[in-house]
Design a protein around this ligand. Structure first.
Ligand SMILES: Cc1cc2nc3c(=O)[nH]c(=O)nc-3n(C[C@H](O)[C@H](O)[C@H](O)COP(=O)(O)OP(=O)(O)OC[C@H]3O[C@@H](n4cnc5c(N)ncnc54)[C@H](O)[C@@H]3O)c2cc1C
Length: 811
């Protein structure tokens, strides 16, 4: 066994084998995989091993395409062929129009990744799958690349190729401890000796938290018991003369694929069970949980009704094994929050299909610092403190129960709520708030017009359209108040903070006390990594001279990792998170100054406190820090208040607001208004796949600055011209907004991808942002949006169609 290597991957299931192989492909060949038993002896060996191309966003579709292409190549390797039923095709069934809308959207989104799904009707489903009945069926989504693979052969093939490239695999070698050294390198302690390395990877499957505990980390991953059975031969399958396509059913929660001349049917029952919550028997190896088909009778009936042939055949094997889930159903692939040189590839609930792609994403991040796709949807840092063991279990159960039911727009499921609240949450609930969930925070979405008002779960505009329109109108004409909780807030102190921030941002960073600036952080490749405001505060009884760094609600762990990684040893810079201590009350609208003036003893005139100012003050008697910034496009103030004083500040503002018709507004109104101003959302419009110039942020880039992270790469990339350009579009549809991921077409060519869409109530336009080919980025360029199954017109318009001179927010 080696005593030193570059990276040690812990775990020899699909996650570990794929990571090891891809590390060698990305150029790291001095790497090791350590497995406590035999390869695939965790979950992988008994997987149903279906391999689909279907994903909810372009990153997932892209990485699954990588799996499929890789598996095909491995299957066709004459030296070591493996069994892969490639391209049997698969159908996701639907019995509601809303599900069909979703399938149309996912097909539009996949088109931009060169993946063609087909939305088909019930008769066509039955024609392609001769065993199914069309009762209670409207249609489905056809994935031509669906198939299944032999999981053990797949892992052996990956390990074999990795070994050929120089990697080593140590079987029957349990990892017993992890020690990190001062220089951030690691020692991996095993039963057969220690291995020093630069990087460790947790690929421990259902033992993820045993490995996590060795580095003092709890990962938000829980295991569920999951069952499938295998049937005897079904004559109709043999007679069909072709392999049966796979089925996935959100109506009755089962999947089904052909196995020999019978079927394999797996279930996601409502009466489901977590597994291993109180520890896992060390001897649970190559093992299964006891069969328990009684538990799945609810979903079994649905499968029988859809495939009557199932009732006439025997079951010869039942498989019940642990499968891992996370709190949003997607895995955790990337850097472990708060750690250096530590990565994970865990929480894989569809690891056979996705594993090829996830290993590829992870190896790129380890070797190059970033992957070719934006990986936020799988980033382990996307949940912050609330993702504890109990909440993870609740969300895992809910996710398991809804396995094939995608989330509709604005759908927030009830388990594990309310996870993060402020003193205002019950007050706002009593005011009629409907809440949305942002990284666990309960945030007002809109104020319900009646207690029994509910928004519909589909892709069209619904009754909330008028509710949001009224909230926007009041902000435009009078003044609105909105709580923005969970907004990420760091306090940066130390004598070198300005030079540090100057290096982190690609544009000008204000150093002046009392001023606020917006800026962008790039990665080493010159792509957009983050967006933040910097507000410079003077020394006061609340602290020394300091900068407040503000960024998106979910970015806390991500931004903290990025910033702290770049403080040099000789720099005097300290960063402290205030995210859970401070909440923002946004006061927006032409009368917001009057309200602020009434509650705060200072001169709030335009001259004394112009746009982009910051000042410490009191709202009534509640200490507050006020910034003159606006996301709505109206005159607005962000009022940052410690949570202990939040209710007091709220009461003062509400009372002062009475004579100005102050009304509450929520996140939906904010989102609609920001679209009218050209303002962007981190990880919707701002992603690591594009430079700030491609994202239309030219005015925030100052290449003449001495240096900043990503400068050389940005200059080099820019010299080759823009690859895409972010534009604002007018969508010719009144029934539904455009959704992120949807494709823009010219004839048969995809010329762009939507990043955000919403109705602009003040301009009366269905607005969208999209990255499009430079050739169609000029104002007036016309194209078509592949929109929920229909092609509708889309035209590039000037950004910020509402108040393009920004006069209102500077007033
Ligand atoms: C019944 C069932 C059906 C499924 N069907 C499908 C499907 O159709 N399609 C699909 O894509 N997915 C499916 N899955 C899910 C898929 O099988 C898993 O996502 C995948 O196998 C997880 O792989 P892994 O490498 O993360 O974990 P594992 O396979 O569990 O591998 C983890 C490895 O880490 C090792 N390890 C743990 N601790 C240590 C330590 N301290 N030292 C050294 N080694 C250690 C373990 O021994 C183990 O070998 C199914 C799962 C189940 C249970």
């Amino acid at each position: 066994m080696k005593s030193r290597t570059k990276a040690v991957v812990i775990g020899g299931g699909i996650a570990g084998c794929s990571t090891l192989y891809h590390l060698t492909q990305e150029g790291w060949t001095d790497v090791v995989l350590v497995e406590r038993n035999e390869l695939t002896s965790g979950t992988t060996w008994h997987s149903a091993a279906q391999v689909t191309n279907f994903g909810m966003n372009q990153t997932m579709v892209g990485l699954k395409t990588h799996s499929i292409n890789l598996y095909k190549e491995l299957a066709d390797d004459p030296e070591y062929p493996i069994n892969y039923h490639h391209g049997d095709g698969g159908i996701r069934l639907a019995n509601t129009e809303a599900q069909m809308q979703g399938y149309h959207h996912f097909a539009s989104m996949a088109r931009g990744m060169n993946v063609e799904f087909e939305v088909i009707d019930a008769e066509e489903c039955a024609r392609r799958h001769p065993l199914i009945s069309t009762d209670n069926l409207i249609g489905g989504l056809w994935d031509p690349m669906d198939g299944d693979i032999d999981p053990a052969q797949l892992c052996q093939a990956l390990a074999r190729r990795a070994r050929k490239a120089g990697a080593e695999v140590y079987r029957n070698t349990p990892v017993t401890g992890l020690t990190q050294h001062k220089d951030d390198t690691w020692t991996v302690h095993t039963e057969h000796g220690d291995i020093d390395c630069d990087v460790v990877v947790n690929a421990g499957g259902y033992r993820v938290n045993e490995v996590g505990a060795m580095m003092g980390v709890h990962h938000p991953v829980a295991s569920m018991e999951h069952q499938y059975f295998l049937t005897e031969e079904i004559p109709a399958i043999k007679e069909a003369g072709h392999r049966m396509p796979l089925l996935r059913c959100p109506i009755s929660d089962y999947y089904c694929r052909q196995e020999k001349n019978g079927l394999l049917v797996g279930f996601y029952e409502q009466d489901c069970k977590t597994w291993g919550m109180d520890g896992i028997d060390p001897n649970f190896v190559n093992a299964l949980c006891p069969d328990d088909l009684d538990r799945v009778t609810d979903v079994l009936e649905g499968a029988f009704a859809r495939m009557p042939a199932l009732m006439e055949t025997g079951i010869h094997t039942v498989v019940n094994g642990p499968i891992t889930y996370t709190i949003d159903g997607a895995p955790l692939v990337g850097p472990i929050p708060g750690k250096r040189n530590a990565f994970c590839i865990i929480g894989l609930r569809a690891g056979l299909g996705e594993g090829g792609g996830h290993g590829w994403m992870l190896a790129q991040q380890i070797v190059h610092g970033e992957a070719c796709y934006d990986t936020w949807c799988i980033d382990p840092r996307r949940f912050t403190g609330h993702a504890n063991v109990e909440l993870t279990a609740l969300k895992s159960i809910e996710d398991y129960q809804n396995e094939f039911r995608f989330h509709f727009p604005h759908e927030h499921r009830p388990a594990g709520r309310p996870a993060k609240t402020t003193p205002l949450t019950p007050i706002l609930a009593a005011e009629g708030a409907e809440f949305t969930v942002v990284n666990g925070w309960e945030r007002v979405d809109y104020i319900k017009p009646a207690p029994n008002f509910h928004h519909s779960l589909d892709f069209h505009f619904d009754a909330t359209f008028d509710v949001v329109a009224a909230e926007v109108r009041n902000v435009q004409e009078n003044v609105g108040l909105c709580e923005v909780n969970g907004f990420n807030r760091f306090e940066i102190t130390g004598a070198d903070r300005h030079q540090f921030l100057d290096r982190m941002f690609c544009g000008a960073v204000t150093k002046r006390e009392g001023r606020v600036g917006l800026g962008y952080l790039l990665n080493d490749y010159g792509m957009v990594k983050g967006e933040a405001t910097i507000a410079n505060l003077p020394a006061s009884d609340r602290g020394p001279e300091r900068a407040w760094y503000g960024s998106a609600a979910a970015s806390e762990y991500h931004d903290m990792d990025w910033l702290t990684a770049h403080i040099t040893a000789d720099e005097d810079v300290q960063i402290k998170s205030l995210t859970n201590d401070q909440t923002i009350l946004v006061l927006a609208g032409p009368k917001s100054r009057d309200v602020l003036q009434a509650v705060s003893r200072a001169d709030w005139s335009k001259e004394a406190f112009p746009w982009l100012s910051v000042r410490e003050c009191f709202i009534g008697f509640a200490p507050a820090t006020v910034m003159g910034v606006s996301f709505s496009g109206e005159l607005a103030y962000e009022i940052h208040v410690p949570n202990a004083s939040l209710y007091a500040a709220y009461l003062a503002l509400r009372e002062a607001g009475q004579e100005h018709n102050l009304q509450l507004f929520g996140a939906r109104a904010v989102d609609a208004m920001r679209m009218e101003k050209g303002f962007m959302h981190w990880k919707a419009d701002l992603i690591t796949e594009f430079t700030p110039l491609e994202t239309g942020l030219d005015r925030f880039v100052k290449v003449e600055k001495d240096d900043f992270i990503g400068k050389a790469a940005l200059i080099a990339q820019s010299a080759t011209g823009l690859r895409k350009k972010l534009v604002t579009l007018k969508i010719d549809a009144t029934h539904a907004p455009a959704y992120g991921g949807a494709s823009l077409m010219q004839g048969d060519n995809v010329v762009g991808t939507i990043t955000s869409g919403d109705w602009g109530h003040r301009v009366g336009i269905n607005l969208a942002y999209a990255f499009v080919d430079p050739a169609v980025s000029e104002v007036g360029s016309e194209m078509q949006l592949d929109h929920l199954g229909a092609l509708v017109g889309a035209e590039v318009i000037t950004p910020s169609p509402y108040d393009p001179t920004f006069a209102r927010m500077r007033s």
